[in-house]
Design a protein around this ligand. Structure first.
Ligand code: TUI
Length: 314
């Protein structure tokens, strides 16, 4: 099925790989792009040169389009945006904020911008700003999340804007992909399932924790800080949620204490494989992710029934 987003970006299948901080590197992104989807390198909180190196590696590994995800809370965000323009990246997705400040620079450099939105209001603001599409991400996702589920967010965003809507959050097999198209989406973004891809360089302990997870094994931490994050339950989340409970309702909650617990935790899990004391970000779909396989096999499995949906929508 060729959707509008495939024509806009020059990709074969309407499947984006989520821009997962510390996880989505040149290896994963190039494998997804080579398989016909849109691979995305995550800038996360990484310094500019680290991200530049991944972009250059991806250019060696694929001649297909790939994107870069800009995490708008990064301390390096301004520098990263300049570097992305210098490197001639064609597609940028953004997360965890409003990319308005950077839009002019992206436009000057002919970059397609596709922000993640978690509400109708932001989707409309983004459309007015001239973005090429939006990713409507439900709170089933791993990592930083909004408040609405994919099932209710996607159709409301679809009705509110006239640009393509990519559905994200809780989509990790062909049933979810088909459902997203029935909700009016023009493409999907998948994160959790790619965590266990052969080409994903995340520590094996991280993959094993996702593979073993059950439906109810994720929790949301950080509601009190204003940056809610979905992760798999472990020793860290137990300690974090205990402090969060203590501090909730206080006039001056000790957010520094929480900041300390969370800082460096994602790297600890992804790079060091410390899945007890690190932050194992994962979506709610983890309970159905049971097999390590190649990005090409994952993409073929995701899109296998899309022609049936196309027939219904015609
Ligand atoms: O960004 C993500 N997921 C992420 S980012 C991340 S790393 C991180 N590090 C420190 C603190 C926070 C995160 C791990 N996972 N997904 C995209 C996403 N964006 N989900 C929700 C949003 C979002 C939420 C509110 C986007 C915009 C927004 O409002 C902006 C506004 O100004 O209204």
């Amino acid at each position: 099925m060729k959707s509008k987003i495939c024509d806009i970006l020059g990709i074969e299948y309407p499947v984006f790989q989520g821009g997962m901080a510390w996880v989505a590197d040149a290896s994963l992104a190039s494998a997804v792009s080579n398989a016909g989807g849109l691979g995305i390198i995550a800038a996360g909180n990484a310094p500019t040169d680290v991200v530049r190196k991944q972009i250059r590696m991806a250019k060696e590994l694929t001649d297909k389009p790939f994107g870069v995800n800009v995490m708008l809370l990064s301390p390096f965000v301004d520098e990263v945006v300049d570097m992305i323009c210098e490197e001639g990246v064609k597609v940028v997705t953004t997360g965890a904020g409003n990319p308005g400040k950077h839009m002019a620079k992206f436009a000057e450099n002919g970059i397609s911008v596709i922000p993640v939105v978690a509400s109708v209001a932001l989707a409309k603001r983004m459309e007015k700003m001239g973005v090429n599409a939006v990713i409507a991400e439900g709170m089933e996702s791993g990592g930083h999340i909004g408040k609405l589920t994919t099932m209710v967010l996607v159709p409301q965003v679809v009705d509110a804007v006239n640009i393509p809507v990519i559905a994200a959050g809780g989509i990790a097999d062909s049933r979810g992909v088909n459902a997203a198209f029935m909700l009016g989406a023009d493409g999907v973004q998948v994160g959790t399932r790619f965590l266990v891809a052969n080409e994903c360089t995340v520590h094996q302990n991280y993959k094993n924790k996702v593979l073993k997870a059950k439906d109810i094994d994720t929790v949301i931490t950080g509601n009190i800080t204003g940056h809610p994050i979905r992760v798999l339950k472990n020793k860290l989340t137990k300690a974090y949620l205990a402090v969060e409970k203590q501090e909730t309702g206080k006039e001056n909650p000790d957010l520094d204490r929480l900041e300390e617990l969370g800082s460096g935790a994602l790297k600890k899990a992804v790079v060091d494989g410390d899945t007890d004391n690190g932050s194992v970000m994962s979506g709610q779909f983890a309970g159905l992710v049971k097999k390590e396989e190649s990005c090409a096999d994952i993409i073929q499995d995701l899109i296998k029934d899309l022609d049936k949906v196309e027939a219904v929508l015609k």
